[in-house]
Design a protein around this ligand. Structure first.
Ligand code: NAD
Length: 309
């Protein structure tokens, strides 16, 4: 990709910009934030790491949304993170106004871009942006499952002592307490995790994965997670930028898959140079189906709240 814009030069936006630059996933990164001067400062600071990390990617920052002009991809991180004790849905009302404004800027300045949504609640806000732009689902999608799966992999690595490199995990559903970690599909280099972890320990890991964001928020106190979230965004950008055709859990608009439509939530998807190329349907057993439907209901409740805001 030639140009990627990042909306929101806060913790997630800045860390994402740093990783995208280090990995040279595009030639130019533009940071846009409503706060005056901040994104300019962030861009300058990151560009000054170029001699250490040996990248040629150029960075610019501005509080003028026109800085996004010509973007191939816009990563949306603008908005309030939740505070300790809050759920992601608690920031919906505050963030939907921000997201609407940002969407209008993208429509005006980067009408040919794809949009990768990070701001929470990410399922509902991805849905909102898709509705407001009217763009195909290949161009509007969100990040949640890549992060949730990496959290689960980290917990399995801690529990078993195996390298995190060998651990494959998948987490579906909404990015909240109803997310659906899928232990049946989790392996250590192809060997089912159930060979190494007792059922009650695996249940504890599933529960810890569901609350993974809240755990970090409680420890960090005045910040939600941003290192792993930014790395998760960068992994998705890498898949798109390098046309890798990677299978990753993404927030996608469902068009009948899993028996659902008119909703966006986490499902396995293929990412390639076109963006979100397709949704992959997995057969769910009874318990997985029940958990998935519980998650659908939670995301739908937030989507219904959109009409009241
Ligand atoms: P932050 O407060 O550090 O940064 C948010 C930035 O958005 C700020 O710099 C703010 O000035 C900017 N902003 C606010 N309104 C704006 C507007 N109208 N236009 C442009 N910029 C605007 O927050 P953070 O920790 O970076 O988190 C950002 C968002 O990402 C939150 O909603 C958080 O919940 C979400 N998040 C999502 C995931 C995920 O997995 N999907 C993970 C972590 C964080």
């Amino acid at each position: 990709m030639q140009k990627i814009s990042i909306v929101g030069a806060g913790r997630v936006g800045e860390t994402t910009a740093q990783i995208l630059a280090e990995e040279e996933l595009c030639r130019e990164i533009a940071l846009y934030d409503v706060r005056e001067d901040v994104s300019e400062g962030v861009a300058l600071d990151i560009f000054q790491t170029a001699p250490f990390f040996e990248f040629d990617c150029r960075l610019t920052g501005s509080n003028d949304p026109a800085v996004m002009a010509g973007s191939d991809l816009v990563v949306v991180t603008a908005g309030f993170p939740r505070k300790p004790g809050m759920s992601r849905s608690d920031v919906l009302a505050a963030n939907v106004a921000i997201i609407d404004e940002v969407t209008d800027h993208i429509l005006a300045h980067a009408p040919h871009a794809s949009i990768l949504v990070v701001s929470n609640p990410v399922d509902t806000l991805t849905y909102r942006i898709a509705q407001r732009t009217g763009w195909a689902r290949s161009r509007v999608f969100g990040q949640a499952g890549v992060l949730d799966a990496s959290r689960m992999a980290a917990f399995i690595a801690e529990e078993t002592g195996f390298s995190a490199l060998d651990i494959t995990t998948i987490v579906l559903g909404g990015h909240g307490d109803t997310m659906v970690p899928m232990p049946r599909y989790c392996t250590i280099n192809g060997v089912p995790v159930s060979n190494f972890i007792a059922p009650e320990r695996l249940d504890a890991i599933i529960e810890r994965t569901r609350k993974g964001g809240a755990e970090i928020l409680a420890l960090r106190k005045n910040s939600s997670a941003y290192d792993a979230p930014a790395a998760a965004v960068a992994a998705m950008v890498d898949a798109i930028s390098n046309d890798r055709k990677r299978l990753m859990p993404c927030v996608a608009l469902l068009e009948g898959e899993y028996g659902e439509r008119d909703i966006a939530m986490g499902v396995p998807c293929v990412l390639d140079e076109s963006g979100l190329a397709r949704v992959v349907e997995l057969e769910l057993d009874d318990r997985e189906r029940q958990d998935f439907e519980h998650s659908v209901a939670a995301v739908r409740a937030d989507i219904q709240r959109l009409a009241e805001l």
